[in-house]
Write a protein that binds this ligand. Structure first.
Ligand code: C2O
Ligand code: CU
Ligand code: CU
Length: 569
């Protein structure tokens, strides 16, 4: 196993991203109209560097500054790049005057690492987020998730890329390094330029705070010099409310290769794709048919939507500047996906999205507005469920679930899915008066997670529920909370093949330490015997189990404590 600590590799991508615009404009023999601003890239978070939240003045429009809410004075926030199997850990320092969190959108992490509003880090406080990277490679992102403040914090600049890489991806010959480009798309209001004033009126609270200026990685009027070759673009919709209908200005074809949860199982050619707030898409685009000196633009093409949704926008201009090759190919097939079978479902859950009067709590799920202290749904662990999102409104609701990657089954009963619906998802756009069926199975962590609309005005208005993922069944419940002994998180975790489990007894007693599968099947007892009062540590080694999450249980005098550990081979 390759267990790496959180190392930001000085990968080609990392280095080239920062340097790209310069290198290419030097190489370019073409004198072109220098209209606009070269596409910017946030710095990559370095090992050991913390993330400090504060307001900062940054240059968004040349020659003037914008007051943003930023991590490490950077808008967008620093890009985090990790490998599957890493132990990620970062200190979050809240130096601002409002509470905040870091939510790792799309990442499968323990409840207390999920950055939920209930776990806000108060102004002036610090918190260490640490979790193992247990999921597929893909394009994820992070943003603040503070109660009633998410929309404002994100609008003012608090969001960044979180990219997971793994070796499985390498076999497909996709463009890499300087040809693998992350794009964070956000919209801002020109009336407040150069400021990011967050001032939604009643209409904005209803429809979402829709700006009219697109920023790409924080760059207005962005252009990017490209070579006549194939590129991979990782597109994050980090806008508060805007739905984009991405396409190119010449209507040329591109390939969808990835969704929210990483690579799809095939590359699908399309000429446009919808992307709602919170969603990601990865595409391949081939610039080789375009002559050097010419340009093509990524646009959001017009569609009919309410309010200002659906207006045509030029987002990013690509200037063809040279004819180097990325060496990348469009692969026939990509990473296989095990599709859920709806016949395996153990239940159905319905979420009706509705709209109430003006005021607070206008946007609701099952008639409810968010209450941090209320659990709205209890969901069994490791069971496949059908979730129905019924949109009874004429607004867009990108529905997002924490703690899981799910699959879409149908739209309005139609099981022939568009290519961006097919693959692993954490956010699904539910269009006006549409019903979307999803297949959902929580297999990684139990605890309280969130289900909400990722239109951030809707979310802050309360379009959000607490969902509680049950502890695995078949394991007898703890009959009391013993306070005369403690069980600690194993270390290292994930592990292979050995890890150390520590516990502490206040009084001497008969202790058993047992390993269970997530479904409660006993795997082995690793210790049973008398232990004195004080701290103990036991090393557990396993060479035969498959990679996965396991439970270890310490029982003393009839009372039990349990924790999870991850074996990663
Ligand atoms: Cu990206 Cu709960 O959100
Ligand atoms: Cu999320
Ligand atoms: Cu909504």
């Amino acid at each position: 196993m390759k267990r790496r600590d959180f190392i930001i590799k000085s990968s080609l991508a990392g280095m080239a991203l920062v340097a790209l615009p310069k290198i290419y404009s030097q190489d370019s023999k073409i004198t072109k109209l220098q209209v606009g601003n070269p596409l910017r890239f946030p710095p990559e978070l370095q090992e050991g560097e913390s993330l400090k939240f504060n307001s900062a003045n940054v240059e968004v429009w040349p020659g003037t500054t914008t007051q943003v809410l930023a991590l490490n004075n950077s808008y967008p926030g620093p890009t985090i790049r990790v490998q599957k199997g890493d132990d990620f850990s970062v200190l979050f320092e809240n130096q601002f005057t409002e509470e905040a969190t870091i939510h790792w959108h799309g990442l499968l992490v323990p409840e207390l690492m999920d950055g939920q509003p209930k776990d806000a880090v108060q102004a002036g406080s610090n918190y260490t987020y640490s979790f193992p990277i247990i999921q597929r490679a893909g394009t994820y992102f992070y943003h603040s998730h503070a109660h009633h403040l998410t929309a404002k914090h994100v609008y003012k600049g608090y969001a960044g890329f979180f990219i997971i890489e793994d070796d499985d991806e390498l076999q497909y010959g996709l463009p890499t390094g300087a040809y693998d480009i992350p794009l964070l798309i956000q919209d801002r209001h020109s009336v407040y330029q150069p400021q990011f004033n967050y001032a939604p009126n009643m209409m904005d609270r209803m429809l979402g705070y829709l700006g009219d200026i697109p920023l790409v990685n924080g760059t207005p009027d962005a252009f990017f010099d490209v070579q006549k070759t194939l590129y991979r673009f990782r597109i994050v919709n980090g806008s508060n409310a805007r739905v984009y209908n991405f396409g190119f200005s010449d209507n040329s074809q591109f390939w969808i290769i990835g969704t929210d949860g990483g690579l799809k199982d095939e590359a699908v050619p399309v000429s446009n794709v919808f992307l709602s707030p919170g969603e990601r898409i990865e595409i391949l685009y081939d610039f080789s048919p375009i002559d050097i000196g010419n340009s093509v633009s990524l646009q959001s093409q017009a569609f009919s939507g309410i309010g200002n949704q659906g207006t045509l926008m030029d987002i990013l201009r690509f200037d063809i500047a040279g004819d180097s090759s990325s060496g990348g190919v469009v692969p026939q097939n990509l990473l296989p996906i095990d599709y859920y079978d709806i016949n395996d479902k153990t239940g159905t859950r319905t979420f009706t999205l509705s709209q109430a009067m003006m005021g607070t709590g206008m946007h609701r799920i099952n008639g409810l507005t968010y209450d941090m202290n209320r659990i709205d749904e209890v969901i069994p662990f490791n069971e496949l469920e059908e979730w129905k999102f019924i949109n009874s409104t004429n607004n867009y609701h990108p529905m997002h679930v924490h703690g899981v990657l799910f699959q879409i089954y149908s739209r309005n009963g139609n099981t022939t899915l568009a290519s961006n619906d097919k693959g692993w998802k954490d956010t699904v756009l539910v269009k006006p008066n549409e019903t979307v069926q999803a297949l959902v199975k929580f297999i990684d962590y139990s605890g309280t997670y969130l289900l909400h609309c990722h239109n951030l005005e809707h979310e802050d208005d309360g379009m959000m529920l607490n969902i509680k993922i049950d502890t695995p069944t078949n394991i007898e419940d703890e009959n009391t909370s013993p306070n005369n002994f403690e069980l600690y998180q194993n270390y290292p975790n994930p592990f292979n093949p050995s890890t150390t489990i520590k516990f502490k007894l206040t009084n001497a007693g008969f202790a058993t330490l047992t390993i269970f599968s997530l479904l409660g099947t006993k795997i082995e007892t690793i210790f049973a015997g008398n232990k004195s009062s004080g701290s103990h540590s036991i090393t557990y080694t396993n060479k035969s189990l498959a990679s996965g999450t396991y439970i270890y249980e310490l029982k003393v005098n009839g009372y039990a404590l349990r924790k999870k550990m991850i074996l990663l081979k």
